[in-house]
Design a protein around this ligand. Structure first.
Ligand code: GLP
Length: 239
């Protein structure tokens, strides 16, 4: 496990994006695991900057999002279908048909179809991840099994409160989701885990220095052979 700390968010974004860019330069149809939330934005902006400056062809890049709200209208501006389309596909000029987001239906059949699609693509080369304040990876809340697969889950109260900023009120935040499992995430060949801000410092310290436990889902990264934590100074302040 590697840990890199940056004072400057543009530098952080460029370093985090370099792992994605390298994978695409090695293989133009690389499979990139996409995360939503505010944290990956500096990475996506630096990735877009590299694409523009270096003329990188991203038309064959394949993407799989980590998660989606259950039963939200896929066209809702805050559905992860919309967020991934706006903040990743359009920003970078990816080919929309090559980028998948788990189904809002969140059924067991949709979950296993998603797993099958990732496997058929040959697995994920680089998985981008943020961390929830409670240590979640994607929507794997504390208590998620370390070998869990894509499935429907209930959101923790902290997650609903944190995500309320994207909706008119906390009551409008979906209470369930579909998420890749921790076992699914661990099969990616590389994990790029980004955390920004003091509100993440406790989870970051527990994930990196604490025991590997289902109570701190991000601690599973300690068991990954090729994981890099990319932190700003504030997120790293309790290390
Ligand atoms: C959301 C997402 C996660 C994300 C996390 C952190 O609930 N499902 O994939 O990593 O919360 O979000 P943010 O980066 O906005 O702090």
């Amino acid at each position: 496990m590697t840990v890199r700390v940056f004072d400057d968010l543009s530098d952080l974004g460029r370093f985090a994006a370099s792992h994605v860019v390298e994978a695409i330069l090695a293989r133009p149809d690389a499979v990139i695991g996409l995360a939503t939330g505010s944290t990956p934005l500096p990475l996506y902006h630096a990735w877009a900057e590299a694409v523009a400056l270096r003329g990188i062809d991203v038309s064959r890049v394949r993407g799989f999002a980590l998660d989606e709200y259950a039963d939200i209208d896929a066209g809702h501006p805050e559905s992860y279908h919309s967020v991934v389309d706006r903040e990743v596909v359009q920003l970078l000029g990816l080919t929309p048909s090559l980028v998948a987001v788990p189904s809002v239906l969140a059924t067991a059949a949709e979950a296993s179809a998603y797993e099958a699609a990732i496997a058929a693509a040959g697995g994920v080369d680089v998985q981008i991840l943020g961390i929830g304040r409670n240590g979640h990876f994607a929507f794997n809340e504390p208590g998620s099994a370390l070998d869990s697969r894509t499935r429907r889950v209930s959101l923790a109260p902290e997650t609903i409160a944190d995500n309320a900023r994207f909706f008119p009120s906390e009551a409008d935040v979906p209470t369930e989701a579909i998420t890749q499992g921790l076992g699914t995430i661990m099969e990616a060949r590389k994990l790029v885990i980004v955390a920004i801000g003091e509100s993440k410092a406790q989870a970051v310290a527990a994930a990196i220095e604490g025991p590997v436990t289902t109570e701190m889902p991000a601690s599973i990264a300690q068991l990954h052979p090729n994981a890099v934590f990319v932190l700003d100074t504030a997120a790293a302040s309790l290390l």
